[in-house]
Design a protein around this ligand. Structure first.
Ligand SMILES: C[S@@+](CC[C@H](N)C(=O)[O-])C[C@H]1O[C@@H](n2cnc3c(N)ncnc32)[C@H](O)[C@@H]1O
Length: 243
């Protein structure tokens, strides 16, 4: 398995991330609409208990999450190892500070945070990097009210299982996650998952063939049926330090 640290250190990958993966109307663009709803709710709730939020977006990439959340924060910091990705983030943010560093190796701040996000990172990071990052992020939470929110965009227990089998037949590897692996990752580092969300029952290809907007409306409807989050593609975990 390649070191995930180098995965986005390229202008080509950065362009692809912005223009294809998050191009307007793409599957991930619609998924982001749902994730925004989850983040807004969590930040609203957190703001009831904590004022002047200090926020860290780990592996902030092109600034998708931090550019959206910064307006709710007193201070916000984005950290990423890829200067190419940060170049795009720079153009989106207004008040945040961006740092190019590997948080698992460099101690770039002694500050503690009320909210930390880590999106689209843990699914594809190799096990050592995943564990090391979670350890460091857990240690950067301010106190027991503080939240770490991360996602895993590849739940095994849905259509992705078929994709995984298909990949395996072709001799290729596809990373997968699950509710269990997300919980275990948090638990390994003294954190507990206090809430979790799931979205995405309809396969990505359907979005392409039948129209993204219609499929998103249908996915939104399906996500309201109790229990469907267990078999959803994108899992979002909200964690706190364990008592
Ligand atoms: C798929 S991108 C996700 C970007 C952003 N969080 C989002 O959801 O749009 C993953 C990012 O993790 C970054 N990354 C990988 N290893 C890292 C590390 N050790 N420290 C900081 N960033 C890292 C990569 O450079 C890349 O920008």
């Amino acid at each position: 398995m390649k070191d995930y640290r180098t995965s986005h250190q390229s202008e080509r990958i950065t362009r692809q991330y912005e223009e294809k993966i998050y191009g307007q109307g793409s599957y991930d663009d619609f998924l982001w609409m749902w994730e925004k709803g989850v983040l807004t709710k969590e930040v609203d709730d957190l703001s009831q208990d904590v004022s002047d939020l200090a926020y860290l977006d780990f592996a902030c990439g092109t600034g998708r999450i931090i550019a959206y959340l910064e307006e709710y924060m007193e201070r916000s910091v984005g950290v990423d190892i890829a200067k190419e990705m940060l170049g795009v983030a720079e153009r989106k943010i207004k008040t945040s500070k961006l740092i190019c560093a590997d948080l698992t190796k460099q101690n770039v701040t002694t500050e503690k945070f009320d909210l930390i996000t880590a999106f689209r990172f843990f699914l594809n990071a190799q096990p050592e990097l995943r564990e090391e990052s979670m350890r460091v992020l857990g240690s950067m939470l301010r106190n027991k009210n503080s939240l770490l929110i991360f996602n895993m965009h590849g739940n095994l227990w849905n259509y992705r299982m078929l994709t995984k089998i298909w990949y395996a037949i072709g001799g290729r590897r596809l990373n997968v996650a699950s509710l269990r692996s997300g919980r275990r990752l948090a638990r390994n580092h003294g954190l507990e998952v206090v809430r979790w969300y799931g979205f995405g029952l309809i396969p990505k290809t359907f979005y392409r063939f039948f129209g993204s907007r219609a499929m998103f409306v249908l996915d939104t409807f399906l996500s309201r049926i109790p229990g469907t989050r267990y078999i959803s593609y994108d899992l979002v975990f909200v964690c706190r330090q364990k008592n």
